[in-house]
Design a protein around this ligand. Structure first.
Ligand code: PLP
Length: 221
């Protein structure tokens, strides 16, 4: 597995406006370090515990993104350093991030996760819940979070049309929200969608941020 070659190949297919988040879950420090040496700085983890360990042991100028489900009781551990949380899926969670960010003297960038897949197991807001959240008066009081955009995961399927429809739906929702009057804490510019198996479709459908693990580091154990 040649990490450098994989990333160079990927970089060629990504449009300039699209950010690559290298997903390091279950990957050993040596592999992450190898990618770091090429100059890459944006890495994503889906579990808090692993994120903390890797943040501890790897270079401090890495921008760590949390891409997996976040429990409110773990927010305080990551807020001091996390660069972007992709997986905000409730107002309660957002309020806790705001509270801990205030303590840490930070404004933490966040994405709202939208449920777009057919699977029941995936987290995220429905369209109705998303509109309700953005209209919620408390949002104007959350000075220590900044809502930067949306994140979604498509259904795990070989049906490319299905995946495309789901990404297209998310992009449309993103554009609809952007055209509304939004609270000051909301600045929708990022659309995080696309993984190893579906990033080409996601990019065609307007992704600004892809989260890629396997296609960089090889299969996970
Ligand atoms: C694991 C993971 C990815 C990357 O998956 P690959 O198929 O290895 O590219 C992207 N997003 C989330 C939320 C993940 O948990």
């Amino acid at each position: 597995m040649n990490i450098q070659a994989n990333v160079a190949g990927l970089a060629k297919t990504l449009p300039a406006h699209c950010t690559l988040v290298a997903v390091t879950k279950t990957q050993p420090a040596e592999k992450i370090q190898a990618l770091y040496e090429t100059g890459h700085r944006i890495f994503g983890e889906n579990k808090v515990q692993e994120l903390l360990l890797k943040h501890e042991s790897l270079p401090k100028d890495i921008q760590w993104h949390l891409i997996g489900h976040l429990q409110t009781n773990k927010v305080k551990f990551i807020v001091p350093f996390v660069a972007l949380i992709h997986s905000v899926d409730s107002l309660r969670l957002l309020e806790e991030i705001n509270k801990q960010a205030k303590k840490a003297g930070r404004v933490v960038p966040c994405l709202l996760q939208v449920h777009i897949a057919r699977e029941e197991t995936k987290y995220g807001f429905s369209e109705e819940e998303l509109f309700a959240l953005l209209d919620h008066p408390v949002l104007t009081e959350l000075d220590h979070v900044q809502l930067k955009g949306l994140m979604g995961m498509a259904t795990f399927t070989d049906d490319q049309d299905q995946v495309r429809q789901e990404f297209r739906y998310l992009k449309k929702l993103f554009d609809t929200l952007k055209s509304r009057r939004l609270p000051p804490a909301v600045d929708l510019s990022e659309l995080s969608m696309g993984m190893s198996g579906d990033y080409s479709i996601a990019i065609e459908e307007g992704s600004t941020m892809v989260r890629i693990g396997t296609a960089i580091f090889g299969e996970r154990n």
